[in-house]
Every structure is written in structure tokens, then in C-alpha cells.
Design a protein around this ligand. Structure first.
Ligand SMILES: [Fe+2]
Length: 244
């Protein structure tokens, strides 16, 4: 493999034409992501320089911390689109959300108050301490509403204690898996990186995402990955082209 002679593979070397990023926090001041329009526009411009033409950004909706409404997200999205167009940044910016599987989400899905990702998908996350006790009921409601859930960064759910069967069960129950590219950069530590590598080797991921919240994370992401995983990551990123 051509990558093996190199120490590190930069993201730009493996980014497929048509890659769509489906996980980021680039709407200003509504979650723990970027704070200002400037910060958002700057990061989006860096993505454009890498060759990314479309970003579906996904602010948190989390009952206890960031109970964003569909309205707050749409308003910020429109504001950012206007800023990008006046700055001549030509990345298509769409907005969805990263839904925490909590009581607020349960209420929203029952009321069909949802901003889907690419029409039929929902990006969802769990607490990093434990899965929701009513996980099956929530999954039922998601399917009933006609959506396919994409579970964000399964490699970060350490409560499954590296038990690959737990992840296989989740997939069999109907979740698709999204790898955080930052996990492969070692950003969340060795444990998460190893879990990500394991799930990647087992071919359990369906999509990739940056999960970028700020410029520092973008820089880490851009630096790339160790060559061993570059081919698999590149293959996975190609699956994101279906969101174009
Ligand atoms: Fe996220």
C-alpha cells in the first residue's frame, strides 16, 4: 500500500471527491461548538480548502444542557448561510442535529418535531456513562416515525467495555454507526482510538464524521491518521458521498 512508507497520512490525501461531513458543531453559540459567526466561517473555509463541498452540521439537542428547538437551529442556519454567501465561501451548509436519546428527544420524536439529516436519517448519541434505560422504546419510535438512526461515535461508549457483541446487537437492532474521525487521530485517548480501530476492522461503521467543535479540533483532524488505517478510513469516507 502506498501509504505504508509514510509516518502520517494527512486528511487531504484520503478525502474522497464528494465527501459530505455529517457531524459537526458549526452553528454559533447554541451548544459547545463554535462561539461566533467568524469562528464558524473560518473553519468552513478550511474545509472548503480541503475540497469539502457540503457539510451537514449537527448542533446538540440535549434536555439538561442545550435544549435547542428546531427553530433556534433553523434561525442560526439561515444566519450562517447568509454569512457564507457574503464571504464567497461556496460550501453547501445544511443543518440537522445531534439528538441525545433523552426524554426531550422522546417527546420530540412523538410530536414529529425533528430536523432530519438528509431526509430520512437522524444522528443520535447516548450519554458516555450509560445507555438510556428505554433504548428499545426510543428506537421503536424512531422507526415508527420513518427515520433511520445513525449512532454517533459508538467507539466512545466505554460502558460497553469493548464487548464487540454489544455493538453487533446495536447494529442488528437497526442503528447505523458513525466513526468520529477525531477518534482515529487519538484525540479522545488511546482507549477510544483502539475501540475505533476494532470497530473499523470489524467493518461495523457505516459513515464517518468530523465532530469538529472548534479550530483546534480541525487542526488535529487535518493532520490525519497513521498509515495502517488510512485505506479503511478512506473507504468509509467514500460512503458519506451518498449524502451529496
Ligand atoms: Fe457531536
Amino acid at each position: 500500500m502506498q501509504f505504508l512508507s509514510k509516518k502520517e497520512i494527512h486528511l487531504r490525501e484520503i478525502l474522497p471527491e464528494g465527501y459530505v461531513d455529517i457531524h459537526s458543531h458549526l452553528l454559533p453559540a447554541i451548544d459547545d461548538g463554535v462561539k461566533t459567526v467568524y469562528q464558524s466561517a473560518y473553519i468552513i473555509e478550511q474545509f472548503e480548502k480541503l475540497g469539502v463541498k457540503k457539510i451537514i452540521t449537527t448542533p446538540h439537542i440535549m434536555q439538561e444542557v442545550w435544549p435547542n428547538t428546531s427553530e433556534t437551529i433553523r434561525t442560526k442556519h439561515t444566519e450562517m448561510q447568509k454569512a457564507l454567501s457574503s464571504l464567497d465561501i461556496n460550501v453547501t451548509l445544511e443543518a440537522s442535529a445531534e439528538y441525545m436519546l433523552d426524554d426531550l428527544f422522546y417527546k420530540r420524536i412523538k410530536e414529529k418535531d425533528i430536523i432530519p439529516l438528509h431526509q430520512r436519517y437522524l444522528l443520535v448519541e447516548m450519554s458516555t456513562f450509560n445507555p438510556p434505560i428505554n433504548l428499545n422504546e426510543i428506537l421503536f419510535e424512531i422507526k415508527l416515525a420513518g427515520f433511520t438512526p445513525i449512532l454517533a461515535h459508538p467507539e466512545r461508549y466505554s460502558f460497553y467495555k469493548d464487548d464487540i457483541n454489544k455493538f453487533i446487537q446495536l447494529k442488528e437492532s437497526g442503528f447505523l454507526f458513525q466513526l468520529n474521525l477525531l477518534s482515529m487521530s487519538g484525540y479522545y485517548g488511546e482507549k477510544v482510538k483502539n475501540m475505533a480501530a476494532k470497530l473499523l476492522t470489524e467493518k461495523l461503521f457505516d459513515f464517518a464524521g468530523s465532530d469538529v467543535h472548534n479550530y483546534q479540533q480541525f487542526e488535529t483532524l487535518e493532520k490525519g491518521f497513521i498509515p495502517k488505517y488510512a485505506k479503511e478510513i478512506s473507504k468509509l469516507m467514500r460512503q458519506n458521498c451518498s449524502f451529496s
